[in-house]
Design a binder for this molecule. Structure first.
Ligand SMILES: *[C@@H]1O[C@H](CO)[C@@H](O)[C@H](O)[C@H]1NC(C)=O
Ligand SMILES: *[C@@H]1O[C@H](CO)[C@@H](O)[C@H](O)[C@H]1NC(C)=O
Ligand SMILES: *[C@@H]1O[C@H](CO)[C@@H](O)[C@H](O)[C@H]1NC(C)=O
Ligand SMILES: *[C@@H]1O[C@H](CO)[C@@H](O)[C@H](O)[C@H]1NC(C)=O
Length: 491
C-alpha cells in the first residue's frame, strides 16, 4: 500500500528535434502531481464496444488494470530491476523452447497461411511464462455463452489457456477465486474427449476427457482439461468452439496476477490468429497490437483489421515475416542491418539473416546476438563519448549519468529489413530513462538493448519498448509485419 502513496509525479518530457544524423532530446522535469488519471480515462470495460474489434489493452501497473494500478508510478531503479528480472525469466523460457526445437527439429515449418498443426498442451512448459500472473498487458475478452468477461493476457505459446472454476484451495487454504471462468454457467461449453483429433495427450485414457497436468519437472501446479467454448471479441467477432486449456490451479500461486488466462496469437493451428485467417476474406490481417507508451495510457489489440486501413498512411514500414524451425509458433522478421547515424554496423548481413529476429511483446528490452550487440554498443558509445558513463545496471551495460543536463544529443538508430525497408527508431524506443530515488529527476539513461543469452545459437529479439510507439500489424497471410506510427490512441 505504501507504494500507492500520491508522490508528486515527475514526468520526463522529451522534446525531440531532428538534426543531421542525430537527435536532440530535452530532459526536463515537470511536477504533474495534479494530473492523476481519472477513471473516465480508462477504457470501457466491455470488450470491443464502439471500437470494432479493438480491445483496449492496459499495462498491469495502469490505473485501469484489474489490479487498479497497484505499484504504478515506479519509475526508479526498483522498477528497472523488476523489468530485468521478468525479462530474464522470459528469455530463459524462449531460449528453452528454441533449444528444445533445435535438439529435436520439428517437421518442416508450415507456410505462413497454414500455421503449424497440432495442439501443444503446455504440460512441461516453464510455469512462470505460461501461467497467469506474469505478463505485462491484459485485454478483456468474453468466453462462454453468455460471455463471461475475463481479463486475459495474450501470447504466442501455442495454446490458449484460462483458469477455471472450481479453483483448488490447496495448501494455502486461500480465499476462493473470484476471477476465473465458470464452465457451469455456459451453455456452449464442451470438454474434449481423450482421443479426439485435437487432443494430443498421451497420458489421458480413452473414455476420459482430454486432461493434462500443469507442471514443471519438480512441481505439479494443477490439472487441466482441453475444452472448447465461444470466444467473443466484439458483438460481430465471435469464434465458436475456440479451444483452451481449462486449468484448475492452486490459489496459492495465482491470486496475484490481473489475468485469468492467455489468448494464443501464435501461428499454431488453434490460435486466434489462425482462426481469423481461416474465417476472414483476403485483405485482412490476423491482428495488430498497439502497446501504450507508458503505464498511464492504454493501447489496443485489434482482431482482424482490414489492410486497406493502413495503405497510404505516412511512415508505414513493412518487414518480411520469416519462419524459424526453432520457434514455429513465434513471429520473426527479416532484420538484415542496424545503422547508427546512417552508417551500417560493420557486420555481414549473414550474421542477422537466416534465423530471423523475434518480435516479442512480453520482453521489455531488445536483445541481440552478442557480436551484433557488441558492435552496436561500441558505435553508440563512440557517438555518446561526451557524456558521463554510469555503471551498468545488470544486463543494461551502456548507461549515462545526465545529472545537471538540460538536453542531450542522441545518435539515430535505424533498422533495415530484407526487403530494403528502413525504420528509424524514436529515442523512446531505444533509451530507458530512470532515476535512482523517487524524489529525484531522471538523471540516468541506458541504451534499452542488451546481449541475448549466450547459448549455442544466436538470436535477436525486438522487445516491447521498441514496439510501443507503433501499431504493429501482423499480416500473416501476406508474410509481412507493418509498423504503423501514431495510431495508438483509442478513439
Ligand atoms: C518448479 O516450480 C517451483 C515453484 O515455482 C519452483 O520452486 C521450482 O524451482 C521449479 N522447478 C524447476 C525445475 O524449474
Ligand atoms: C491432479 O489430478 C490428480 C489425479 O486425479 C490428483 O491426484 C492430483 O491431486 C491433482 N492435482 C492437483 C494440483 O489438483
Ligand atoms: C541459424 O543459426 C545457426 C547457428 O548459428 C546456423 O548454423 C544456421 O545456419 C542458421 N540458419 C540459417 C538458415 O541461416
Ligand atoms: C552522477 O553525476 C553527478 C554529478 O556529476 C554525481 O554527483 C553523482 O554522484 C553521479 N551519480 C552516479 C550514480 O554516478
Amino acid at each position: 500500500m505504501a507504494s500507492a502513496m500520491p508522490l508528486p509525479l515527475m514526468l520526463l518530457c522529451l522534446l525531440v528535434t531532428l538534426t543531421h544524423g542525430s537527435r536532440l532530446v530535452l530532459l526536463r522535469s515537470t511536477d504533474d502531481s495534479g494530473a492523476s488519471p481519472s477513471s473516465d480515462a480508462c477504457p470501457s470495460t466491455a470488450s470491443g464496444h464502439g471500437n470494432g474489434n479493438k480491445l483496449p489493452l492496459v499495462h498491469r501497473l495502469s490505473p485501469c488494470s484489474p489490479l487498479g494500478g497497484r505499484g504504478a508510478r515506479k519509475h526508479g531503479k526498483a522498477s528497472l530491476d523488476e523489468i530485468l528480472h521478468r525479462d530474464g525469466v522470459r528469455l530463459r523460457y524462449l531460449s528453452g523452447i528454441q533449444a528444445a526445437a533445435a535438439a529435436a527439429p520439428a517437421p518442416a515449418p508450415a507456410p505462413s497461411a497454414m500455421p503449424a498443426s497440432g495442439l501443444s498442451v503446455p504440460a512441461t512448459q516453464n510455469v512462470i511464462s505460461s501461467l497467469p500472473g506474469v505478463f505485462d498487458y491484459t485485454v478483456l475478452a468474453g468466453y462462454g455463452t453468455p460471455a463471461q468477461q475475463l481479463p486475459m493476457y495474450f501470447d504466442v505459446s501455442g495454446m490458449s489457456n484460462l483458469r477455471c472454476k472450481p479453483c483448488i484451495l490447496g495448501s494455502s487454504g486461500a480465499a476462493p477465486c473470484d476471477r476465473a471462468f465458470d464452465p457451469s454457467l455456459s451453455s456452449s461449453f464442451s470438454a474434449l474427449p481423450c482421443g479426439s483429433p485435437d487432443c494430443r495427450q498421451t497420458t489421458c485414457s480413452s473414455g476420459s476427457l482430454c486432461t493434462f497436468t500443469f507442471q514443471n519437472s519438480t512441481f505439479v501446479f494443477g490439472n487441466g482439461t482441453v475444452v472448447t467454448d465461444t470466444l467473443t471479441i466484439s458483438p460481430s467477432a465471435k469464434f465458436e468452439d475456440f479451444s483452451a486449456g481449462c486449468m484448475q490451479l492452486d490459489n496459492m500461486y495465482f491470486s496475484d496476477g490481473p489475468g485469468v488466462g492467455n489468448i494464443d496469437l501464435s501461428r499454431s493451428r488453434h490460435s486466434l490468429a489462425t482462426r481469423v485467417l481461416l474465417s476472414s476474406p483476403p485483405g485482412t490481417a490476423a491482428f495488430s497490437i498497439c502497446l501504450p507508451a507508458d503505464t498511464d495510457t492504454h493501447g489496443f489489440l485489434n482482431i482482424a483489421p482490414a489492410l486497406w486501413e493502413y495503405s497510404g498512411l505516412a511512415g508505414v514500414k513493412y518487414a518480411p515475416l520469416v519462419t524459424n524451425e526453432r520457434g514455429p509458433n513465434f513471429y520473426y522478421v527479416d532484420l538484415v542491418a542496424i545503422a547508427i547515424n546512417g552508417k551500417d554496423l560493420p557486420l555481414p548481413p549473414a550474421m542477422f539473416r537466416g534465423n530471423g529476429t523475434m518480435i516479442d511483446t512480453q520482453s521489455a528490452f531488445t536483445y541481440l546476438n552478442p557480436p551484433i550487440y557488441a558492435a552496436l554498443r561500441d558505435e553508440f558509445r563512440r557517438a555518446m563519448a561526451k557524456y558521463q558513463p554510469a555503471p551498468a545496471f545488470s544486463d543494461l551495460d551502456t548507461c549515462y549519468n545526465f545529472t545537471g543536463l538540460q538536453q542531450i544529443e542522441l545518435p539515430d538508430i535505424t533498422l533495415r529489413f530484407g526487403n530494403g525497408e528502413t525504420m528509424d527508431l524514436d529515442d523512446r524506443q531505444f533509451m530507458y530513462f530512470f532515476r535512482e530515488h523517487l524524489d529525484e529527476d531522471f538523471p540516468f539513461g541506458c541504451l534499452a538493448f542488451a546481449a541475448s543469452p549466450d547459448n549455442d545459437f544466436p538470436w535477436n529479439l525486438l522487445g516491447s519498448q521498441l514496439q510501443r510507439t507503433k501499431e504493429i500489424v501482423y499480416d500473416v497471410r501476406g508474410g509481412m509485419v507493418a509498423f504503423v506510427p501514431s495510431r495508438c490512441g483509442l478513439r
